[in-house]
Design a protein. Structure first.
Length: 394
């Protein structure tokens, strides 16, 4: 991996009142060939479907124009000129915050009318010297956009949110004018002081839950929070399948033994090979936490030992259907998913020896061969969860 640090992206949202669709939209994209991550949060006018359409349009444009390295004024002008006009209020309106991270280079933030982003360097706030630009075109004259550029360091965090967070609690005795930007920042500072390594996802959840509590557990607006965390990467190794040549069994065991992170062995033959080569013992259990899958096994220095293709197929299905509301179970596939999502740099070793059992025509059609399932998992981890994934065949 080229980067000195990993950028973890986490976000949480709550819909306004009983709305089924959130009027805020968060999008993130990893551009692998440029070693960049772009994240955008947009808040559409009003609530529900209309707001979601405005926000989706804005966020999509912001992510695409940022990718093309367009000038910040040009990005803002194009977005504002493109948004449809509300037939009732006669305005087109959607706020946005766009963060462009070039790994090992500078990070840029562009804001229009969202609450100000703030940067935490450890548990201290960091002033990135913001520039304020006033648009001068006829249609957007007087509108104000803010931007900044800075060189990130390990343990930096960027926190940005919609006004559902800063205005939460408005009208209450405690926060008559809303929670406020400064109170949010103090809240974040306190959490980081208590938990210096809190993940981006958990920090976003803590902020959102506090805002929800301010609103007496009935969100008065669409409420969103995103956190980008620059940190030491958490590494994971997933091995499945015996090597094509048995002479490579020692090589597989050596990779597993020397890997500096968490380790998963998926497949009975794979586990047997590693146990044999490392003079280790596999202990089977008979605790069926998932009725669809064989139970876990245990091996010293290995974090998870599971059955192979059935379990991996279920992992692929969970990742595909994953939403913010997913609560992991205790089954083998759920445990693999939890470890994958907790990790940043994931190395997948695929054994290429054909397993005769998987060619049985009586097995379900959806039971695909191992390498296809693992390639699908790798692609989903990269595209949907912005993980850094290396796939190797043995």
């Amino acid at each position: 991996m080229e980067s000195n640090f990993y950028v973890e992206v986490g976000y949480q949202q709550k819909n306004h009142g009983k709305e089924r669709i959130c009027g805020d939209v968060f999008l993130s994209r990893r551009i692998k060939e440029e070693n960049r991550i772009i994240a955008v949060l947009s808040d559409g006018l009003g609530h529900g479907v209309k707001a979601n359409i405005l926000a989706t349009l804005t966020a999509s444009m912001a992510i695409n124009f940022t990718r093309e390295h367009k000038d910040v004024v040009r990005i803002s002008e194009i977005i504002m000129n493109t948004l449809p006009v509300c037939s009732q209020r006669k305005i087109s309106y959607s706020t946005f915050t766009a963060v462009d991270i070039e790994i090992n280079a500078q990070t840029s933030i562009l804001e229009y009318d969202n609450p100000g982003s703030f940067i935490m360097r450890g548990s201290d706030s960091f002033d990135a010297e913001w520039n304020c630009l006033i648009l001068s075109s006829d249609k957007n004259k007087g509108k104000e956009i803010k931007s900044c550029h800075f060189q990130p360091r390990k343990e930096d965090r960027i926190i940005f949110c919609s006004d559902g967070v800063t205005q939460s609690g408005m009208g209450s005795r405690k926060y008559p004018f809303g929670w406020g930007w400064e109170n949010v920042q103090e809240f974040v500072k306190g959490i980081i002081e208590q938990q210096p390594d809190i993940s981006a996802q958990k920090l976003a959840s803590r902020i959102l839950n506090a805002a929800f509590k301010n609103d007496n557990y009935n969100a008065q607006d669409d409420t969103s929070c995103a956190v980008l965390y620059f940190r030491e990467p958490r590494k994971l190794l997933l091995c499945s399948g015996p090597p094509y040549k048995s002479s490579n069994d020692k090589k597989l065991a050596s990779i597993v033994n020397e890997f500096p992170g968490k380790k998963i062995l998926s497949g009975g033959t794979t586990a047997d090979i590693v146990a044999r080569e490392l003079n280790s013992e596999i202990k089977d259990t008979f605790e069926f936490h998932d009725p669809d899958l064989p139970p876990l096994s245990f091996m010293e220095d290995i974090d998870l030992v599971t059955e192979g293709i059935l379990t991996l197929s279920k992992v692929s299905k969970i990742l595909n259907e994953f939403t913010q509301n997913y609560v992991p179970g205790k089954g083998p596939a759920d445990q693999i998913v939890s470890l994958l999502l907790e990790s940043d740099e994931i190395k997948i070793i695929i054994g290429t020896k054909i397993n005769v059992a998987h060619q049985d025509p009586n097995l379900p059609v959806e039971l695909e061969i191992r390498r296809t399932v693992l390639k699908r998992i790798a692609r989903k981890l990269e595209d949907k969860f912005l993980k850094e994934v290396i796939v190797e065949y043995i």
